[in-house]
Design a protein around this ligand. Structure first.
Ligand SMILES: [Zn+2]
Length: 246
């Protein structure tokens, strides 16, 4: 959207860190302090952003993504996995840009419209895919793709387990047993593995899925540094498409 007028940088640049336990360096804090627009996820996912923003009295520069969506505490915080959510964020960023730099309004507007069409094409892909996915069940190692799976009509069949992993606690023995049985008996169409959060139990489940030929979809939680959002989500949709269209 900002094109050649501004530079966009992610604070979490690597997919080799767990964003849930990320803490910013003094360089990160400086980068935030120097920004015209700061986008945070919200919902407690990245409270460190709010702290830095408040310390620098930059609140008017902050776009809290969850607030844009009117989400409330307890809602799934991986909101960027919903393409429609990103459409709303894109609109909010556009509105902010024309305040920050009004003389380039036409430029931002053209970029916004072009990007909005790209996002709409992703939503179309999901709608087409839903014919194959609607009503299916999946396991996830973390409730990462909640919004995408919801858009595809796929139910997460191990919510408890996924929540425990996300909260850094041990899943209960019953939850583990249920999931092991489900994999053995092919009760789900696929397993979504979040590559950014690993543990013994996740490796165990992944191995079990391989052993019993339950297809695995590998997602990252944050944007890979060689991809833009569109290509990232496009690739994620393609992974699911390959499995369900077989
Ligand atoms: Zn997460």
């Amino acid at each position: 959207m900002v094109g050649n007028k501004y530079k966009v940088e992610s604070i979490i640049k690597s997919v080799n860190v767990d964003p849930h336990s990320f803490s910013p360096s003094s360089n990160d804090a400086k980068q935030i302090a120097d920004s015209k627009i700061i986008v945070s996820s919200g919902l407690g996912y990245d409270d460190w952003v709010n702290k830095i923003v408040t310390a620098n009295s930059q609140n008017k520069n902050l776009i809290d993504f969850a607030d844009v969506l009117h989400k409330k505490d307890g809602d799934n915080e991986h909101i960027w996995f919903g393409v429609q959510n990103i459409q709303k964020l894109s609109q909010a960023v556009y509105q902010q840009m024309i305040k920050v730099d009004p003389k380039n309004k036409a430029y931002y507007q053209a970029n916004f419209k072009e990007y909005d069409l790209k996002l709409a094409s992703l939503i179309q892909r999901e709608k087409a895919l839903k014919k194959y996915t609607n009503g299916k069940k999946a396991y996830v190692t973390e409730p990462l793709p909640y919004y995408m799976l919801k858009d595809l009509g796929v139910t997460i069949a191990n919510q408890h387990f996924a929540k425990a992993v996300e909260d850094d606690t041990d899943p209960s023995i019953d939850d583990v047993k249920d999931m092991e049985n489900g994999l053995k008996k092919h009760q789900v169409s696929f397993l979504v593995v979040n590559k950014q959060v690993t543990s013994g139990i996740i490796t165990k489940m992944t191995d079990l899925a391989k052993k019993y030929h339950v297809p695995i979809v590998y997602f990252t939680e944050t944007l890979p540094n060689d991809l833009g959002y569109y290509d990232w989500m496009d690739g994620n949709i393609t992974q699911i498409e390959r499995i369900v269209k077989k």
